[in-house]
Design a protein around this ligand. Structure first.
Ligand code: FES
Length: 102
Protein backbone atom coordinates (compact mmCIF):
# COMPACT_ATOMS: atom_id res chain seq x y z
CA UNK A 1 0.00 0.00 0.00
CA UNK A 2 1.18 3.46 -0.83
CA UNK A 3 -0.07 6.72 0.62
CA UNK A 4 -1.00 9.50 -1.79
CA UNK A 5 -1.79 13.10 -0.86
CA UNK A 6 -4.56 14.61 -2.96
CA UNK A 7 -4.25 18.16 -1.63
CA UNK A 8 -5.71 20.40 1.03
CA UNK A 9 -9.37 19.76 1.85
CA UNK A 10 -10.11 23.50 1.70
CA UNK A 11 -8.85 23.69 -1.90
CA UNK A 12 -11.65 21.41 -3.21
CA UNK A 13 -14.95 23.24 -3.50
CA UNK A 14 -16.81 21.30 -6.19
CA UNK A 15 -17.20 17.60 -6.89
CA UNK A 16 -16.57 15.33 -8.71
CA UNK A 17 -13.00 16.53 -9.22
CA UNK A 18 -10.73 14.82 -11.75
CA UNK A 19 -7.42 13.85 -10.14
CA UNK A 20 -4.49 11.78 -11.26
CA UNK A 21 -2.29 9.49 -9.20
CA UNK A 22 0.83 8.19 -10.92
CA UNK A 23 -0.74 9.07 -14.30
CA UNK A 24 -3.91 7.08 -13.49
CA UNK A 25 -7.22 8.99 -13.76
CA UNK A 26 -9.70 9.18 -10.87
CA UNK A 27 -12.51 11.35 -9.60
CA UNK A 28 -12.59 12.70 -6.08
CA UNK A 29 -16.19 12.39 -4.83
CA UNK A 30 -17.82 13.78 -1.71
CA UNK A 31 -21.02 12.82 0.06
CA UNK A 32 -22.50 13.63 3.46
CA UNK A 33 -20.36 10.94 5.12
CA UNK A 34 -17.02 10.81 3.35
CA UNK A 35 -14.70 11.55 0.50
CA UNK A 36 -14.11 8.77 -2.02
CA UNK A 37 -11.59 8.27 -4.77
CA UNK A 38 -13.39 6.70 -7.75
CA UNK A 39 -12.03 5.06 -10.83
CA UNK A 40 -12.73 6.82 -14.13
CA UNK A 41 -13.05 3.41 -15.82
CA UNK A 42 -16.57 2.11 -16.45
CA UNK A 43 -17.25 -1.26 -14.75
CA UNK A 44 -19.29 -2.40 -17.78
CA UNK A 45 -16.70 -2.63 -20.54
CA UNK A 46 -13.90 -0.35 -19.46
CA UNK A 47 -14.77 2.80 -21.38
CA UNK A 48 -13.75 6.16 -19.80
CA UNK A 49 -16.32 7.79 -17.51
CA UNK A 50 -16.75 11.50 -18.18
CA UNK A 51 -18.32 14.37 -16.28
CA UNK A 52 -21.41 16.00 -17.76
CA UNK A 53 -23.33 18.75 -15.99
CA UNK A 54 -21.92 17.65 -12.63
CA UNK A 55 -22.77 13.99 -13.19
CA UNK A 56 -20.69 10.98 -14.23
CA UNK A 57 -21.50 9.36 -17.58
CA UNK A 58 -20.12 6.55 -19.68
CA UNK A 59 -21.02 7.48 -23.23
CA UNK A 60 -20.40 4.04 -24.76
CA UNK A 61 -23.72 2.57 -23.50
CA UNK A 62 -25.06 5.45 -21.44
CA UNK A 63 -24.62 4.23 -17.88
CA UNK A 64 -24.63 7.08 -15.37
CA UNK A 65 -23.10 7.05 -11.91
CA UNK A 66 -24.03 8.87 -8.73
CA UNK A 67 -21.53 11.71 -8.37
CA UNK A 68 -21.47 11.25 -4.56
CA UNK A 69 -21.04 7.48 -4.33
CA UNK A 70 -20.05 6.10 -7.76
CA UNK A 71 -23.09 3.75 -7.74
CA UNK A 72 -24.61 3.11 -11.17
CA UNK A 73 -28.03 4.75 -11.47
CA UNK A 74 -29.37 2.24 -14.00
CA UNK A 75 -28.02 -0.99 -12.43
CA UNK A 76 -27.72 -0.55 -8.68
CA UNK A 77 -25.36 -3.48 -8.10
CA UNK A 78 -22.80 -1.89 -10.44
CA UNK A 79 -20.50 0.89 -9.31
CA UNK A 80 -17.22 2.60 -10.01
CA UNK A 81 -14.35 1.16 -8.02
CA UNK A 82 -13.87 3.46 -5.04
CA UNK A 83 -11.31 3.88 -2.30
CA UNK A 84 -11.84 5.67 1.02
CA UNK A 85 -10.16 9.06 1.41
CA UNK A 86 -9.05 10.24 4.83
CA UNK A 87 -8.52 13.74 6.16
CA UNK A 88 -5.32 14.23 8.13
CA UNK A 89 -4.28 17.69 9.26
CA UNK A 90 -6.56 19.22 6.63
CA UNK A 91 -5.08 17.14 3.82
CA UNK A 92 -6.91 14.48 1.79
CA UNK A 93 -5.08 11.15 1.85
CA UNK A 94 -5.73 7.88 0.05
CA UNK A 95 -4.01 4.52 0.37
CA UNK A 96 -3.74 2.41 -2.77
CA UNK A 97 -2.11 -0.88 -3.54
CA UNK A 98 -0.02 -0.63 -6.67
CA UNK A 99 -2.32 -3.15 -8.41
CA UNK A 100 -5.47 -1.24 -7.27
CA UNK A 101 -4.74 1.81 -9.35
CA UNK A 102 -7.72 2.83 -11.51
S1 FES B 1 -18.78 0.53 -21.22
FE1 FES B 1 -19.70 2.00 -19.92
S2 FES B 1 -21.82 1.66 -20.18
FE2 FES B 1 -20.91 0.15 -21.39
Amino acid sequence: MNEYKLGKEKDFDHFPVPVEIESQPYYLLKNEFAYLLASRICPHMGYPVETEEGGLVCFLHGWTFDERTGICKEISHERLTTHPVFVRNGELIVWLKTDEKS
